[in-house]
Design a protein around this ligand. Sequence first.
Ligand code: ZN
Length: 420
Amino acid sequence: MHTIPPSLPQADLILCGAAEVLTCVATGSDPIGADPIGRQAGASIAVAGERILAVGAPIEIARQVDATHARVIDVTGKIVAPGFVDPHTHLVFGGSRVEEYAARMTRSAAEVRALGIPSGIQATVEMTRHATLDELTESAAARLARMFRHGTTTVESKSGYALTAAGELTMLRVNRRLREIQPVDVVSTFLGAHDFPADQPRDRYLDSLIQEVIPQAAEAGLAEFCDVYCDEGYYTVAETRRILEAGIAAGLKPKIHVDAYADIGGSALAAELPVVSADHLNYTSRAAMRAYAEAGVVGVVMPGLDFAVRHPRPFDARAMFAEGMNLALATDLCPGCWLESMQWVMQLACRQYAFSPEEALLASTVGAAQALGLADRGALAPGKLADIQVWDLPSFEDVIYRLGNNAVTMVVKRGKIYFM
Ligand code: ZN
């Protein structure tokens, strides 16, 4: 009979028997032996509390942790990956724009408007302003529950559909409420500068954002990031600078919607500040991509949005990789792109934007976490959050092969088991 040395850390949970664990921690260095996603065949994962204790061969785990009181989950034959991080969503909104989306299948935007169908951001602003905090919370929580079921364990969520001081703060309070009532981590972003309200002079709204709403949101701890929609017809580069600098002064980290429909110079500002992430990037120049790579700005690209709006200029991921950029994938879940599955985002990224399956996985996990400034997740390694998804697939590559499939059979979020 052997005794376990008392110094070994106690595991609460062991996942064992996986066909493959995708740690998303790069291993090896030579061109043939290098593995960017750190595949480990037959590895086990030990979890204590909210964190990962150890990842490795079962015999190694047995040496490293005390599993006497651990719950052991057999994941034989399954693929195990870090929970997805979805770093760009407009999760909170009132109503739906299904009527507009369906009409747009066969008609132009102008034709749809001529039919009197409420369209665009302003239509959602109307619906959001008429919804209560409880109603907004309920509809967002339902979407979030489905995202969780698809393996997403951290979501960024932006305001931006109220476009009034009080309404924007309400949207941020919904983010806070969501954190309290369900398990997915919600990172809150203030996007009062999503558009200009139709019922207020442009300058007055801009001043209220800078002087009133940003300081209040920061003071109340309602947001971690400040974002601006910098594009033709939206916020100018000068306006964007004022807002993001006000955010930085208040303690909010900067993000930007940029180059989605035109290159108005927003990327130069974004690399100069620098922002934590620059999102969309359809019209971004090679020089701006280089500047982003040098400044360590994560590029967030959203294949589902390009698909949903049938974008005339899909982003150029290969050019971004060639210039050395770190990329993240996101759903851009919003009323114009009702997309809750990061698996489907990976499928689009691979087939339509020439991501390799490995690049798509990294951009949906560790890269996406970096787009939110989070170093504690997106990879399966000791000390990281135990945010883990289990796929019922015969190989890793099946996740980008089986289109529209949901492979998730189990999720571990902060050490707790769901959907088993
Ligand atoms: Zn967006």
